[in-house]
Structure formats: structure tokens, C-alpha cells
Design a protein around this ligand. Sequence first.
Ligand code: BG6
Length: 483
Amino acid sequence: STMYTSFPEDFLWGGATAANQLEGGFDAGGKGLSTADVITAGTHTISRRITPVLEAGSNYPSHEAVDFYHRYKEDIALFAEMGFKVFRLSIAWSRIFPNGDDAQPNEEGLQFYDQVFAELKKHQIEPLVTISHYEAPFHLAEAYNGWADRRTIDFYVRYCEVIFNRYKDSVKYWLTFNEINILTMPFGTFMAGAIMPQGNAELGTSAAGDNEQLRYQALHHQFLASAKAVKLGHTINENFQIGCMIAYMCSYPLTCNPEDVLLAQRKDNLSNFLCSDVQVRGAYPGFATRYFKEKNIELQQEAEDGQTLRDGCVDFYTFSYYSSTCVSAAPDQEAIGGNLSMGLKNPYLQASAWDWQIDPQGLRWSLNHIYNRYGIPMMVVENGLGAVDTVETDGSIQDGYRIDYLREHVKTMGEALEDGVELIGYTPWGCIDLVSAGTGEMKKRYGFIYVDKDNEGNGTLDRSRKDSFYWYKNVIASNGTQL
Ligand code: BG6
């Protein structure tokens, strides 16, 4: 039964995107090549490939994406029509520093975001900016091995300094790294860590430069970079709210066997809380130290690192939530996909066409669970259903399945608010159709706004309103009371 009466008056309803999945214009306006620009399209069953040298004839979905670079005015007007209070976007680092280690920023890149923020302001939409969403200037990967190299911290902080100063009056909410905990998994090696493969490689394999020692070293560098950004940001504008962003992997024990329960806790600790403990509390938790010992991982740290982490605790906690999976100590249980992580099938849940289990109650559970640990304001900055949409002959897109998914998740957020969780915003993923990060497809759509483009890159790029567009508009207008 629904207990809640309404969302707080100033609740930040909106939608979320990322530059390399949205903008296109990959070499426009002086932009440098990014790590995302060398990853080919795949499908549900075929892996995306990293090709350090671009191949003629291969499909690189970030190059055009859905062309927000040229269509941002139209898109922002559509967001405004839905009543968005907030729009989550990322800045493409290589628009600002084309090589990452340039002496001066690229003015044309800075101007692009000036225009985007001005357009948002015109519509009274608050930007929520991810500073690094699964990309870095490709040159940093090639010349430094990305985040594996400590020098990358300084390049990132310099980038932050430039954008914080430039946009200090137009942006209040910042996230330092998208899904920073993805570096605890092989999939994050290149996509998040900018660690180079030896030649071409499938994303998320050991050939993609994966090595656990290196990944945790890269993660350590990102923690330091994040902490330094938080500290610096607050000196540039004390009103900045700077948050962490975690791919929250909600993992239930498959049974009440204590072995399963302990294993689920271990996964929660290592996959989720390791990163947020560092970013929210300013220090590595004990279970991280133990894990590093078990795996013979030796982090290279400088004497000042502990203080740096303590001085850069985030102001709020944000996360992505799509699905949940189970954990079992018993061998041979049935596996299933999820948001970049595999887990076990839950017999009580249905899954999407991409095998992500649908679990609205898991969102309420996660919100409570995380809030109980940190007690700081939270935002759900990604959530949604990746699905195949059909355009009917009359042009309508009847995505009732997406409405059902979102409705149930909004309900459980309401319940979590009633439970006392300080939830301040909700930005469902891919509010306009965009390129899938996991598979590189267009076919896996999340949007309220349909974009006419297919997996092969064909289409007019025209925008149209899905049924969910009108539904969400009403949700916002009624502040979550009409679902
Ligand atoms: C998150 C990422 O992992 O999930 C997004 O932050 C991504 O970049 C989203 O697009 C959905 O995943 P996918 O693979 O369906 O695009």
C-alpha cells in the first residue's frame, strides 16, 4: 500500500545523459579524440571493441551519437516541456582539453557548454554536471596509461579548475566521476580507467589492459582526484554541491544460508561501499585493506594521500539503480545480466529484453540501506528500462512497459521518502534516446523522447514524444502524486 502523500516541494525531477552517448560532434569545435571515440558498436550478444587506431568502415557510435551538439536547443525545449527541474549531463573532457595535458583549454569547447547552460537557464532547468562520465582524452590513455598514472590526477584537477571557474555561476551540482566503482570490475578498465589495451581488444577482457592491481591503483588516483576536486570546488564557490556517483549493485543472498548472506554482504562492501566510504567518509574501510591483502594488491600511496582523502568528502551521494541480482555460495546457479555486473537469477523477478531483472522494491531497499550508512542527501541519478520501441504508423510510440517500470520505481522512492530518506532528486537515464554504454546500440532505448536512428547509424535523427513523455510530464506537474 502507498503510504506517502507527496514529494518535497523542491524535489528535483529531471533526466540524465552523458556526453559521449549524446552529443556526437566528436571532432567538432576543436574537440580531441576521447577514449569513448575508439569503442565500436556491439549488440546484446557481440562485445564492443576498443580499436586504438580508428578503423575505416567500423561503426563508432559516439562520433555522431544523437547529435545533441547541434540540436541541444530543441532537446532542452522538450525537457522544459516535460517540466524538468534538473538535467544531468556530462562535460566531454576532450572538448575542454583536447589532449588532456594541453597548456591551455580549448575556448570553443568552453563556449559550447556556455551555450548549453544558458539554454537551460532560459528554461529554469538546473544543470547537474558529471565531470567525467566514462571518458578521458584518448591521448592520456596512449601517453600515460590513463588513470594508472598518478600524473593524470593533476590533469583532471586542472580541468576541474577551468570548468569550475568558467561555470561557477551557472552550475551548482557536480559529480566527480560517473559510477566510480566500475573500476572494481574488468569492464571499467578502459571505459573508466583509460588504461590501454595491447592493440585491439574486447571491452572488459584481460586483453583490454585489465589487471586488478592496476585497476585499484587507477581507482586510488580517481579517489584522490575526486577529493581534490571537492576541496577546490568549495574554494571557488562555497555553494557548490559536489557528489559521488556509484553504480549501486543491489545484491540479495539467494537463500537464508548464512554463507549466502555473508557473500552478499561481501559483495555489497567490496563493490559498493568501498568507493562510497572513501568518498563520503574520507578513508578506506577495513574490508578494503583485507581484500588488498588477500589479493596481493599493493597500492602505491604518497604520505599526504590520507589527508587528501579526508579533506575531500562529498556533499551528497548519488547512484544509478536499474536492477538487482542474487548471490550464492553454492556452485552452478543460473547467472543473469545487470548494470555492467553479473549476478544470479532471482526466481521472484522478471527481466528486461537485455536480461536486467526488474525490481522496484530493491530501490527502496537500497535507498534505506545507503542512507542508514551515510545519512547525507541522496539522488537517484540513473534508473530506467532499456527496451525496443516501435513507431506506429500514426507516429505514436506506445511505451506502456516503460511507464510501468518508472511508475513502480517512483512509488518506491515515495516510500523511501516516507521512511525518512533524504532523497532530493530523480533523473531517469537516457531521458532522450541515446547510445547504450554497455552494447553501443541505439536499439536499447530509455527515452521519453524518441530519436530516429538505428543500430547501423541510419535515420533522420528527428525527435518525437513517446507516451511516456506525456506520462512523465504529468508526474512532474503533480509532484509525484499522479502516477
Ligand atoms: C550506466 C551508465 O552504467 O548505465 C550509463 O552510467 C549507461 O552510461 C547506463 O548508459 C545504462 O546502461 P546501458 O548499457 O544500457 O547503456
